[in-house]
Design a protein around this ligand. Structure first.
Ligand code: MG
Ligand code: MG
Length: 267
């Protein structure tokens, strides 16, 4: 059952989305060779609590940390550890926070120093596919329209679209209806309605779409060991159009990047 939000609830969700956005922005300045994912996790936990929120993943389904930290061939749900990041790594950081009983859920794949051009291109295409998907989250469209658009852009570049993990409705629960796959058929699935809030989150593999899971019961990684990227925004359907609640602005500020990519999703 899709739980639509009132305009007041969407404003509360914007607060939660801003906390996770600012958390990733804070981390953007810290991601560099030598720092461990566990150190980054502790920084994030303190930051989230200092902003009057609760880490959204810590304890959720018994996940042990604040952040999901998935380097290189890890796709999602990696567990932070004390191994330092090294030059050339990529690190997908997924961050959840709960404030005013509503969740924010936001992810970005960071470059650690200089990375190889092939991987860099995959990061760009994955982020492009995120916005291409968000554009389809509008009145009259259905879940399959978003999935189709993301899948087409990704596969046109020869990359693998992960099937087993999907985006989702977001609200008082981290995972609400509907599931939002990053693949699909035009015109299929549940219809979008005013006041919906979803997390759209393409997970793209440089090679095969197939995955495997580590024995830790959490970490999902590519079956062929090639790198994978993950970008996630929280989006509300307002006035029939997609409105971004989360923002990469704080990350871009930290990295000195100028971007207009989010402008079309502001009302
Ligand atoms: Mg997430
Ligand atoms: Mg999510």
């Amino acid at each position: 059952m899709i739980i639509v939000k009132t305009p007041e609830e969407i404003e509360l969700m914007r607060e939660s989305a801003l906390i996770v956005s600012k958390t990733l922005g804070m981390l953007a300045a810290e991601v560099k060779p030598g720092i461990s994912t566990l150190q980054l996790d502790k920084l994030a936990e303190t930051f989230i609590r200092d902003h009057g929120a609760i880490p959204g993943f810590l304890g959720l389904y018994d996940f042990p940390n604040t952040l999901c930290m998935s380097p290189n061939a890890q796709i999602v749900h990696g567990i932070p550890n004390d191994k330092p990041l090294v030059e050339g790594d990529i690190i997908s950081i997924d961050c959840g926070a709960l404030k005013n009983d509503f969740y924010g859920d936001h992810a970005y794949t960071f470059e650690v120093g200089e990375i190889d051009p092939e991987t860099k291109k995959m990061l760009n295409v994955t982020k492009e596919s995120l916005y291409i998907g968000i554009r389809e989250f509008k009145a009259g469209n259905r879940v399959g329209d978003v999935g189709y658009a993301i899948q087409k852009h990704t596969e046109d570049h020869g990359y693998g679209v992960v099937r087993e993990l999907v985006g989702h409705g977001l609200g008082r629960k981290m995972h609400e209806d509907p599931e939002m796959p990053n693949y699909g058929k035009r015109g299929r699935g549940k219809k979008f309605v005013e006041g919906m809030v979803v997390a759209i989150e393409p997970m793209t593999n440089l090679g095969t779409k197939r995955i495997k899971q580590l024995k830790d019961g959490w970490t999902i990684l590519t079956a062929d060991g090639k790198p994978s990227a993950h970008f996630e925004h929280d989006v509300a359907l307002v006035n029939g159009k997609p409105e971004l609640l989360s923002t990469f602005k704080y990350i871009y500020d930290a990295l000195g990047i100028t971007s207009t990519e989010e402008d079309e999703f502001r009302q």
